[in-house]
Each structure stands twice: as C-alpha cells, then as structure tokens.
Design a protein around this ligand. Structure first.
Ligand code: SF4
Length: 212
C-alpha cells in the first residue's frame, strides 16, 4: 500500500497562478455542508466550518455548492458507504454504494456524481473543496464498507462524487488538508504564511494506518 501524496491534490504549479480578483475570481466547488448548508444526513452541516468560510467567502472567489447525496436522496436520509472498493470502483461497476440498512444506492450515487461533475465543468470550476470520509465527497480516505460496523475499515481513495471530479481533471482539497488550504489562502490573500501545515496524507494517523 502506498502512502505517497495523492494525485488529486492541487500541484505546486496550481498555486503559481495570478492572484484571483473580483473580475477574475477563482471558481471553487464546495461540498454544500462545508459551505454552511444543512444537507448532512441529519440535516446538520457536519460540524462548524465557519473558520474555512471566513477566508474563502470573498469577492475573489466564486463558490459553487452542491450536495450529491441530497440531490439523489434528499435530507434527512440514511448514510451510504462504499462496499468492495472506493468511488472509482463504484463508477466502474466494480463496487456498490449501500445505505446503512443495506439498501443499494449505487445508481443514485453514480447519478449524483455525474451531476456534480457536469455542474463543475459548466461552471468552469478551478478546484473543489470537499468533505473527506463521506462516501460521496471523501477524497483521501473513505470507509470500506459500513462506518457502523463494529470492525469498521478505512480505505484510501475517494467517494463516488469526488472520483467523478478527479477523473474530470479537477483538483480536490479536503477540509483536513491543512497544507493545501494554507497555500490556497496564501494565493487568495497574497501572503506567504505557510509554515508546518500538513495535508491529511502526511499526518501520523494516515501514515500509521495505511503504512502498515
Ligand atoms: S454528500 Fe457531501 S455535501 Fe452532502 S452532506 Fe455529505 S459531505 Fe456534505
């Protein structure tokens, strides 16, 4: 198992672009819950993400919010996870997305993933900031099988919607990727404040879990 830098993160070259302006904003697709929409399975925003939005929501950034699970299943809803593989495998018909009661949600997850991808392409999205661990929006780590299992297992690789975005060539950052988020903030602010921040794949938990 490799614990190298995942290819879906924005490259160093991505951050070399000119600083965005109100006239030429950076276009960012966000998991709608990260954007403050109560579209989590329980109608919540899956935590408090006001810190992220405090520097991201500004005229130099145009945000496109989308919740793939809400698109297909509404809110509130059961929680889906991917069984037998990650989001790439689900798109390829090699794995399934099952709700927590075992109902097969594969078709709805795939439909929502391609809807999210198509919206991103229409809106000319530069990158996406998505909620890791979600069976739809996860980018670096998701559950392999149900998260409610007593012996829950994590897997590398994206959820279904993130996989569709990645295959369309859109870089993805998660809420856990502190290095990439700092580099993005520096690009937007015109500062160079990156210090010891690390992306999720560089942190002890990831290296310990997947490096065995
Ligand atoms: S599917 Fe994505 S946008 Fe919707 S609640 Fe889950 S993580 Fe948030």
């Amino acid at each position: 198992m490799t614990t190298a830098r995942p290819a879906h993160l924005p490259s160093a070259a991505f951050f070399q672009r000119p600083r965005p302006t109100a006239e030429q904003p950076l276009v960012v697709m966000m998991s709608a819950c990260l954007g403050g929409v109560g579209c989590g399975v329980d109608g919540s925003t899956n935590g408090d993400h006001t810190g992220l939005r405090s520097w991201l929501v500004r005229p130099e950034v145009r945000i496109v919010k989308f919740c793939p699970e809400h698109f297909s299943f509404g809110t509130p809803r059961l929680t889906p996870d991917n069984h037998g593989g990650n989001g790439f495998d689900v798109l390829d018909g090699k794995a399934r997305s099952l709700a927590e009661d075992g109902t097969d949600w594969t078709a709805g997850m795939v439909k929502a993933a391609y809807e999210m991808r198509d919206r991103a392409l229409r809106e000319k999205v530069d990158l996406a900031i998505l909620m890791d661990i979600s069976g739809a929006c996860g980018s670096t780590v998701t559950y392999l099988g149900s998260r409610f299992a007593a012996d829950k297992v994590y897997q590398q690789g994206p959820g279904v919607a993130a996989a569709a975005l990645i295959r369309a060539g859109i870089p993805v950052i998660s809420q856990r990727d502190d290095r990439s988020l700092r580099m993005l903030r520096d690009l937007i602010d015109g500062t160079q404040l990156l210090e010891e921040e690390r992306d999720h794949w560089e942190k002890e938990w990831y290296q310990g879990y997947f490096g065995k």
